[in-house]
Design a binder for this molecule. Structure first.
Ligand code: ATP
Ligand code: MG
Length: 213
């Protein structure tokens, strides 16, 4: 199973399902992520967007991120009111480090030609994609949708990827900032849905370590 919501739609569809893929740590998910997904969905006429929380983040090894199950539950909570968003367990259920190429191969193995894959990222990430594992192969399997949040675009580096740039309103929100606010006992309201904060509080996520109670 790739997506509980989309699997049947993709496999029974008469034309290729335009599937957006949005990977990340989502520790926790916030309105920047949801806006990015919604704008990609609308601007590229996608049929759905699949959020893919990473199991063992390649770039965040050893930094003490939250349990994959908690990050997954937070994503489900934040996306449950959208008919065109779903959350996939494919990376978190796979052993070891997750590379994008492995995830895309796994999706292709199930969906084949029934899905057209769109890899959604912030424009900040598109620059170093050329250095990712098996970039050449990945470039042949996905179209990259790079959201520009108004930042100056960097010099174009040689890259095998076709990147479609698009604009979204800039929301200066990051998971790291939310974690810092919560760890300091502050408010993160209106940066992420209330349900995300409620679950985080119930589970004791993002409380300062070493503090009392
Ligand atoms: P952290 O602060 O822990 O690095 P993050 O908020 O940057 O987390 P990620 O899980 O690293 O979130 O990002 C997942 C994807 O969402 C990336 O493609 C990233 O570019 C994009 N993204 C993150 N924050 C925003 C935002 N405020 N607006 C639009 N896109 C965003
Ligand atoms: Mg980040």
């Amino acid at each position: 199973m790739i997506s509980p919501k989309f699997d049947a739609l993709v496999l029974r569809g008469i034309r290729p399902f335009r599937l957006g893929l949005l990977g990340g740590t989502f520790d926790p998910v916030h309105y920047g992520h949801l806006l990015l997904a919604e704008q990609a969905y609308e601007q590229f006429d996608l049929d759905g967007v699949l959020f893919i929380p990473t199991g063992q983040p390649v770039r965040k090894l050893g930094t003490g991120f939250s349990q994959a199950e908690d990050r997954y539950t937070l994503l489900l909570t934040a996306t449950e009111d959208s008919t065109h968003f779903d959350v996939s367990r494919i990376e978190m259920d796979r052993e070891g480090v997750s590379y994008s190429i492995d995830t895309v191969r796994a999706i292709k193995a199930v969906y084949g030609e029934q899905a057209s894959l769109f890899f959604i990222t912030g424009a900040d990430a598109t620059d170093d994609m050329a250095t990712w594992k098996d970039a050449q192969e990945l470039a042949g399997l996905v179209t990259v949708l790079g959201a520009n949040r108004g930042e100056a675009s960097s010099a174009l580096k040689p890259s095998p990827f076709t990147v479609c740039h698009f604009h979204i309103p800039a929301l200066a929100i990051s998971s790291q900032d939310i974690r810092a606010r919560l760890a300091g006992g502050g408010s993160a309201r209106y940066l992420t849905p209330d349900a995300v904060l409620a679950y985080s509080q119930r589970q004791g996520l993002y409380r300062s370590r070493g503090g009392h109670a």
